[in-house]
Design a protein around this ligand. Structure first.
Ligand SMILES: O=C(O)CCC(=O)C(=O)O
Ligand SMILES: [Fe+2]
Length: 331
């Protein structure tokens, strides 16, 4: 199929070297089946009697899990289906077109990504391709009206959901209701379209490597294939697909802003042997020079900007292969 990125050819040496070792990447840390990720019905926010309880559940889930699912979230099936069908079309373009998508669509460099050119062993090679659309780039896609309008419809609605959720989460950590609106421009957020191609060596690579998100919060739609897992108390827990739900998780910046009240949890995607998998993520992020500093005292983290955070994590990734993350900013 001419749309598949050439994983086997490009990473041939790495594959030959690592395939001799008879390891299964996923048997190294225990899995747990008994944990139930919180599922929160946001319709209850519209009911005076249930609103407070629902807000409490959201904050508790963000503290205890760092992850939860929401239903009745305000993004219609139609908007989601239109986004996903356009996403599929985009990924099913010939690979060479995807490589040149940035120039053709008038987008920032590095919008299209696949694999990991810096990988030195198979565990650093995500079996994934992705389009990373900055919200400021989307209006420039003048010649791709359908993709543009579906991205816009999706991003606008999901940004509203993100704003409502951070406002609710902000209450428990002493933030004004308009703190996010006043201090962090929504235009610095981005939409990431992910596709996980079927993987012939699925026990030896990740779909997506274990990581935490840099965002304030991330809101994710996943299709019905499954594979997303989060780390809870040292065990990997499946985030089972639910067609009506969106997955919300706390990112590093909100962990810092909340002085560790909310948790940015490591998650990963298991590579699948037979089927391709799609997910669509919205990363709610501040602008690069916004200062991240908690209102809660005593502060656990130095104040920093997103720019400083990205510089530090990039340097750590280059030097060690790992982003390290918030522990670099502990006081
Ligand atoms: O595809 C998924 O389920 C997770 C994606 C993700 O974690 C990310 O894009 O940061
Ligand atoms: Fe993530």
């Amino acid at each position: 199929m001419d749309y598949e990125p050439p994983f086997l050819n490009t990473y041939k040496t790495l594959l030959e070297k690592s395939l001799e070792e008879d390891t299964n990447l996923y048997s190294m840390v225990e899995r747990s089946d008994d944990e139930q990720l919180p599922l929160i019905d946001l319709e209850r926010l519209n009911n005076e009697e249930e609103r407070d309880e629902c807000m409490k559940e959201i904050s508790e889930a963000a503290s205890e899990w760092g992850f939860f699912q929401v239903i009745n979230h305000g993004i219609s099936n139609e908007i989601m289906e239109m986004m996903i069908s356009e996403q599929k079309k985009l990924f099913h373009e010939p690979f060479v077109n995807k490589l040149s998508a940035e120039t053709v669509f008038n987008l920032s460099p590095n919008t299209y990504r696949w694999g990991n050119p810096c990988a030195t062993n198979l565990t650093q090679l995500p079996w994934l391709e992705a389009f990373h659309f900055s919200l400021t780039d989307i209006p420039n896609m003048e010649h791709h009206i359908t993709l543009r309008s579906r991205l816009e419809a999706f991003a606008t609605r999901i940004a509203t959901l993100a704003e409502n959720l951070v406002e609710i989460l902000g209450i428990k950590v002493n933030m004004n209701s308009n703190h996010f609106q006043e201090n962090y421009l929504p235009q610095s957020s981005f939409v990431r379209l992910n596709r996980y191609p079927p993987c012939p060596i699925s026990s030896k690579v990740y779909g997506l490597l274990p990581h935490s998100d840099t965002s304030f919060i991330t809101i994710l739609y996943q299709d019905q294939i499954g594979g997303l897992q989060l780390l809870k108390d040292g065990k990997w827990v499946d985030v089972k697909p639910n067609p009506s739900a969106l997955v919300v998780n706390i990112g590093d910046l909100f962990q810092a802003l909340s002085n560790n009240v909310y948790k940015s949890i490591k998650h990963r995607v298991v590579a699948a042997e037979e089927e391709e998998r799609f997910s669509t993520a919205f990363f709610y992020c501040p602008f690069n020079d916004a200062v991240i500093q908690s209102e809660n005292k005593p502060a656990l983290y130095k104040k920093f900007t997103l720019r400083e955070y990205r510089q530090q994590t990039q340097q750590d990734v280059n030097q060690t292969g790992d982003k390290v993350g918030l522990s670099r900013f502990v006081l």
